[in-house]
Design a protein around this ligand. Structure first.
Ligand code: DAH
Length: 339
């Protein structure tokens, strides 16, 4: 019987050695150590043994069982470890492969220049004001000294929602909203979209952007307007840029002017970009008309103010030498990528 037990141990260990799968370990355990297994079969015959032999064989049988169990669990750990290693090897990532390119968008040139202008004005102590794009006739025209039959309305023909409600033709309407709700001192700019029923061409679009500026305080003079605009343009276009203030007429300012900048392209000599003028028109401006101040409840004998409205598209086109306004709206990535 002792030999039989030793043989079982040898056989079990030999079989274990050639085992390559966890599943076959279970079969092996059942075959050798199970209730109907080989070791149990031998133990069942213990009754035949003499009283002296029984404990000796019993001890040996227990040792054989323990040895086989230990060998089984060692093998199980080894098989598990190699299965894990195989899995890791199969899942490994080849980090030498190039990654998938990520295309990251960027700000539109209109937004870029607008942000720059916002920063410059905020540096000069201005606040940003917002106003409605759909507004009433009073704020867009009447409060700005453009009564119903004023001829200047024709040049700003727009999209009417009904007789009284329209898409604003100019951000100057924000001046009225601000003066109705704030007391001087006022120092704001208001960037936003405006609408006019213009046909699309290289310099016109039914939708474009303006940045309105308004300062109202005691003792505000035309020289404050000049200084502010010169500071803006020098920061945007460099210290060598030159501005030209031309007399003009706007119903909501008195006196009024238009401001031109020396052509970026030819430096004032005249070229196709400035239509041989040497200067490019940038904005309209002036001293806020006393009638406008009074209409908004501000005493014009105490307060004065300046205002301006600049076309953002024009600033962007000058900044980047873009010769067709439509490029700014077509959203062709080949164009937008260049900024
Ligand atoms: N609103 C004018 C326009 O659209 C521009 C303008 C001119 C705005 C003079 C002003 C101003 O605030 O004072 O052409």
């Amino acid at each position: 019987m002792k030999e039989q037990l030793k043989k079982i141990e040898e056989l079990a260990k030999a079989e274990l050695a050639s085992c390559t799968e966890i599943k076959s370990l279970d079969e092996l355990r059942i075959r050798y150590l199970g209730k109907k297994g080989e070791l149990t079969a031998i133990l069942k015959q213990m009754g035949k043994l003499s009283a002296e032999e029984r404990p000796v064989v019993g001890q040996l049988a227990n040792k054989v069982r323990a040895d086989i169990e230990e060998a089984l669990s060692e093998k199980l750990s080894a098989l598990k470890a190699s299965a894990q290693a195989a899995k890791i090897a199969a899942e490994s990532i080849d980090i030498t492969l190039p990654g998938k390119p990520q295309t990251i968008g960027k700000l539109h040139p209109l937004s870029k220049v607008e942000n720059e202008i916002r920063d410059i004005f905020m540096g000069m102590g201005f606040n940003i004001a917002d106003g409605p794009e759909v507004d009433d006739d009073y704020h867009v025209f009447e409060a700005l000294n453009l009564p119903p039959d004023h001829p200047a309305r024709d040049t700003q023909d727009t999209f009417y929602i009904n007789d009284k409600i329209l898409l604003r033709t100019q951000t100057s309407s924000v001046q009225v909203h601000v003066m109705e709700t704030q007391k001087p001192p006022i120092r704001i700019i208001s960037p936003g979209r405006v609408y006019r029923s213009d046909a699309v061409d290289a310099t016109h679009s039914p939708l474009f952007h303006q940045i309105e500026g308004l300062v109202v305080d005691k003792g505000i003079k035309m020289s404050d307007l000049k200084g502010t605009l010169e500071m803006l343009m020098k920061k945007l276009y460099g210290n060598n840029c030159k501005l030209r203030f031309r007399p003009h007429h706007f119903p909501f300012t008195e006196p009024s002017c238009e401001v031109d900048i020396m052509c970026f392209n030819c430096g004032g000599k005249g070229c196709s970009m400035c239509k041989d003028e040497g200067y490019i028109e940038l904005l309209g401006a002036g001293m806020v008309h006393p009638k406008v101040l009074e209409g908004c409840g501000i005493d014009s004998s105490i307060y004065s103010g300046f205002a301006f409205g600049l076309g953002l598209e024009r600033m962007v086109m000058g900044r980047y030498s873009i010769n067709d306004l439509r490029l700014l709206y077509e959203n062709d990535v080949r164009f937008l990528e260049q900024f």
